[in-house]
Design a protein around this ligand. Structure first.
Ligand SMILES: C[S@@+](CC[C@H](N)C(=O)[O-])C[C@H]1O[C@@H](n2cnc3c(N)ncnc32)[C@H](O)[C@@H]1O
Length: 313
């Protein structure tokens, strides 16, 4: 059944070239970071990851932006992070004041909202959900979004839903994000907002047709536990849609790696020097957690993984 909701999209070679250029730029920028002696325990994994970044060549900031102006938000965030990285690692500065200056979500939101790769995958996820709703026409369609954050996936999904027959639960770990969601999605009366930590989901919640998580699940301590928690939230014929980066990315290490939350993982299934998982590992863990049919869409670098809840064994 889920094969039919996953449409095949054309891969853009420009997107791949832009990403490669950004990675090269990050790899040479990383060489300028001086790892302090007194790195806080929560940043030891970051320090180790930075030490292992090898320069992959020279790309100047100007040349990068000239060739790929769409990378301006990435470079803006990277500039901030590189300038403050050493102070964050030693606790002289709080990462929140760097990533969210004066409480503004803009610097980070721009990465997700104007990034061609994110736009593409968020659009693909929205289309898949809309296809599934069409397949289940006439019945109330319940969607739970985990770690919805700045709402970059949400804003693609909501306009494609049938407002009469949908119930959308926008959730995040942080009140700041659910309040933000409440403000920017107030024109959609079928959306509710609540705090939810997927590592401790409330037992009364369940029966969802779709659970959706974009770049969230890697941020949990144990992926297998997280996948089992999500399975309990799905209806018998429910579908989990995971959108994740599936390859080590220096850009992510140097930016999101400044948050202690990036390094919470305690299991051994992650790509070395990151909390991310490869596409193959996601599939293996989903199977081990009793999910049913699994279909993936994307590249080695980034994937949307769609899977049925599957039968209880
Ligand atoms: C990288 S952001 C992605 C946000 C959004 N999904 C997007 O693609 O724009 C990760 C989000 O997951 C949330 N998060 C982290 N750990 C979580 C957990 N255990 N349960 C629920 N949300 C979590 C964070 O608060 C953050 O908003």
């Amino acid at each position: 059944m889920i094969e039919s909701i996953v449409q095949i999209y054309e891969e853009s070679t420009r997107r791949d070239r832009a990403n490669r250029a950004l990675e090269t730029y990050c790899s040479c920028s990383a060489q300028t970071i001086k790892i302090p002696r007194d790195v806080l325990p929560q940043y030891q994994k970051l320090a180790e990851a930075i030490r292992h970044i090898e320069s992959a060549g020279e790309v100047s900031r100007d040349r990068l932006l000239q060739e790929f102006p769409e990378l301006a938000p990435h470079v803006r965030l990277l500039d901030q992070c590189l300038a403050n990285c050493e102070d964050i690692m030693t606790g002289k500065k709080d990462h929140l004041s760097v990533l969210f200056p004066e409480g503004s979500l803009e610097l980070v939101a721009d990465i997700y909202q104007h990034d061609p790769a994110s736009d593409y995958f968020n659009g693909a996820v929205a289309k898949m959900i809309s296809n599934l709703q069409r397949e289940r026409q006439g019945q109330m369609f319940r969607i739970l979004e985990l770690g919805a954050g700045t709402g970059s996936t949400t804003k693609n999904v909501l306009p494609l839903l049938d407002p009469q027959n949908s119930r959308y639960t926008f959730t995040d770990l942080s009140l700041g994000f659910t309040n933000h969601g409440r403000r920017i999605f107030k024109q959609y009366p079928f959306v509710e907002f609540r705090i939810l930590n997927i590592e401790q989901p409330p037992p009364e919640l369940g029966g969802f047709d779709v659970v959706l998580a974009t770049n969230v699940l890697h941020a949990t301590h144990f992926i297998s536990t997280t996948l089992r928690n999500i399975r309990k939230l799905l209806a018998d014929d429910g579908v989990l849609i995971i959108s994740e980066v599936t390859k080590l990315q220096h850009f992510a290490t140097l930016t999101f790696g400044l948050t202690a939350g990036w390094w919470l993982h305690e299991d051994s299934c992650r790509i070395q020097y990151s909390p991310l998982l490869s596409g193959e590992t996601w599939k293996r863990l989903l199977k081990e957690s009793s999910y049913g049919t699994i279909v993936t869409h994307g590249t080695e670098r980034q994937q949307v993984i769609v899977c049925e809840r599957g039968r209880d064994t």
